[in-house]
Write a protein that binds this ligand. Structure first.
Ligand SMILES: Cc1ncc(COP(=O)(O)O)c(C=O)c1O
Length: 383
């Protein structure tokens, strides 16, 4: 018999009194955009990551789009991206009318397969659009060596990797640009939101302008009076508002604690789940050099039916997710557009079709790891 206990959702935003007060303070004033909170959030993010520049954006997808615009990519250019990722990674390339070329993943970690990547480079390849999958940094020494040899730009999609570092360098600062997401189930949240970071002043200047219609002067700092501006570039409105930024400032203060909790919960869950033969754990643990930030713990089911396992866990109050449910070349849009045969990236297809992601966020108590593990054992015994 299944005993009903409190539900553990896969993700839950950690909104407390601090975030509520910060949002209320914005609403008590009249500055909802173009205000000091966005600047403060950018400064806090830059301080945490060590980035010389940080530009807040509406979403991670927006930041990725801005990155490719700033790199001047367009029709005729190819960007190699992982097959095992969120569709935003590839759509950002499509959005500038360049072509995403999909690379399969390493079945052990789910990160892009760097041996295969080299074979996909053509004379049209201009960039690599990496993802630090589930918070495990890609081996950036190898990527940068490859990019250097072929004169390629590197965009790091860090949507699920806030807090991850290669040695002492935060992800997003190893390539030309790094883009982050603050969607509610991410390491921190602003509701919707994103951040662009880079060590390149030229890219940051472009992104700053193209984030806001291509206007040459910011409202806060540069305009003598309202309307005193010119338009230098094609741009979009990809700004983050003051309410989100105010919440983001408070979340940044809590981030070190969140990361510590994630690491501890991941280790405890790993210990329990690694005893289960039916599960093949995706190894996002990292090591002393590739320092992971533990977005979730994902495992491939060797034989059991995934839907049945998800339903069984749900009935026991355990929320799960799938990262990501379709290898991108298997999606209708990309399969039809570039004529990818189904299963062209077999490792990505296997992870997409047979994996389950377990939560390690700070909304889950450390002791709940034991309940998650025993529930998985029960469900698999019934499967
Ligand atoms: C790897 C990756 N890139 C990009 C995104 C898109 O982020 P956003 O919703 O902030 O645009 C996600 C969202 O989950 C993601 O997982």
């Amino acid at each position: 018999m299944i005993t009903q206990q409190a539900t553990i959702p896969f993700g839950r935003p950690m909104i407390g009194d601090g975030e509520r007060a910060a949002a209320a303070e914005v609403l008590e004033g009249s500055t909802l955009t173009h205000g000091p909170r966005v600047k403060a959030f950018e400064a806090a993010f830059a301080a945490f990551t060590g980035a010389p520049y940080a530009v807040a954006s509406a979403t991670c997808m927006a930041a990725l789009h801005l990155a490719y615009l700033a790199l001047d990519l367009g029709p005729g250019d190819e960007v190699i991206v992982p097959a095992q990722t969120h569709v935003a990674t590839a759509h950002a390339v499509e959005a500038v009318r360049a072509k995403p070329v999909f690379c399969d993943c390493d079945p052990r970690t789910g990160n892009i397969d760097l041996d295969l990547l080299e074979t996909l480079i053509t004379p049209r390849t201009r960039a690599i659009g990496l993802v630090h999958y589930l918070g495990l940094p890609v081996d950036m020494d190898r990527v940068l060596a490859l990019a250097g040899r072929h004169d390629l730009r590197v965009v790091e999609d860090c949507a699920v990797a806030l807090g991850a570092r290669v040695g002492d360098t935060h992800v997003g600062l190893l390539g030309d640009a790094g883009c982050f997401s603050f969607y509610p189930v991410k390491h921190i949240t602003t509701g919707e939101g994103g951040m662009f970071i880079s060590t390149r002043a030229d890219l940051v200047e472009r992104v700053g302008k193209q984030r806001a219609f291509g206007i040459d002067k910011s409202v806060l700092a540069d305009r003598r009076h309202s309307g005193a501006y010119d338009v230098e570039l094609l741009g979009l409105n990809y700004r983050l508002g003051e309410i989100g930024a105010a919440i983001g400032v408070v979340q940044m203060g809590r981030l070190p604690g969140f990361l510590e909790h994630r690491a501890a919960l991941y280790a405890r869950l790993w210990e329990g789940l690694s005893e289960i033969d039916e599960l093949e754990l995706i190894d996002s643990r990292g090591d002393a050099r590739l320092r992971a930030s533990h977005y979730c713990l994902s495992a491939v089911l060797r034989d059991a039916d995934r839907d049945a396992v998800i339903e069984g866990l749900k009935a026991r109050g355990i929320g799960t997710s799938v990262y990501y449910p379709l290898a991108l070349p298997d999606t209708t849009y990309y399969a039809e557009r570039y004529r990818y045969p189904n299963g062209s990236c077999p490792n990505a297809t296997r992870i997409s079709s047979a994996s389950i992601a377990f939560p390690v966020g700070p909304h889950v108590a450390l002791e709940d790891a034991d309940r998650i593990v025993s529930s998985v054992k029960e469900v698999l015994a019934d499967a």
